[in-house]
Structures are given as C-alpha cells and as structure tokens.
Design a protein around this ligand. Structure first.
Ligand code: HEC
Length: 107
C-alpha cells in the first residue's frame, strides 16, 4: 500500500512539474518568436528581410530602450506606422510580458 501511495505521489509531482512548465513556456520569449520575430528578427535586431524593408530599429538599441514601459506597451497595443496593433490579440498581461522581454534585449 505504501509503495502505491508513494508511486502516485511521484506521478502527481511529475505531472505538476510538467503543467507549470507548459505555463512557463508561454512567456514573452515565445510570444515574440511566434508573433514578432517575422519582422523584428529572433533577437529583436530587425535583421530580417522584412525588418530591413521596414527599416526597423534594433529593439535592444538605446533609442528604443530609452522609451518608457508605458510608451513601448502603447506601441504594441495600438501599433505605430506599419507596426500592427495587438489590442485584442494579446492580453494586457501578455503585452506587459512583451515589454519585459524587450528590456532583456538591451545591449
Ligand atoms: C508586420 C511587421 C511587424 C510585426 C509582426 C511586429 N512589428 Fe513591431 N514594429 C514594426 C514596425 C514597422 C515598427 C516601426 C514603427 C515606426 O516607428 O513607425 C515597429 C516598432 C515596434 C516597437 C517600437 C520600436 C521603436 O523603434 O521605437 C516595438 C516596441 C515593437 N515594434 C514591438 C513589437 C512586438 C512586441 C511585436 C509582437 C507582438 C511586434 N512588434 C510585431 C513592425 C512589426
């Protein structure tokens, strides 16, 4: 009996670890890769064909980083020029995650 309880506890523990992993995987980095990298490039440098055509600034550059969190969140929410708006496509929390992710790109 004891071993059965112990075995099921292990199964539960493993299931728990995997469930938090899948939630943790839905982070800014993943959203960036799926929704933003086509234009901004995997590293945010804008080094894609699309990024070059759009003359994107490197998201890690000082010019972009000097903007406040609110300003960056505002650009992502409402768009700017050819930058699509993500209002309704990403939640407020996800947009906050994106801003945090952009901060990690700082040079
Ligand atoms: C269709 C291409 C495209 C996609 C997809 C895209 N962007 Fe952009 N993004 C742009 C363009 C073009 C600009 C420059 C806008 C301007 O300054 O006129 C821009 C600008 C920005 C800026 C401001 C940078 C600056 O120069 O001040 C941020 C921040 C940004 N994008 C974040 C994101 C995030 C986060 C995503 C994904 C959720 C995303 N973008 C997806 C094209 C795109």
């Amino acid at each position: 009996m004891k071993t059965i309880i112990r075995a099921s506890l292990i199964v539960l523990a493993v299931a728990f670890v995997f469930s938090t992993w899948s939630v943790a995987a839905d982070t800014g980095a993943d959203i960036f890769k799926t929704k933003c990298a086509a234009c901004h490039g995997a590293t945010g440098a804008g080094d894609t064909t699309m990024g070059k055509n759009l003359k994107l600034r490197d998201l890690g550059s000082a010019d972009v980083q000097k903007q406040s969190d609110d300003e960056l969140a505002n650009i992502i929410t409402n768009g700017k020029g050819k930058m699509p708006k993500y209002d309704g496509k990403l939640t407020k929390e996800q947009i906050t995650e994106m801003v945090k992710y952009i901060r990690t790109l700082k040079k």
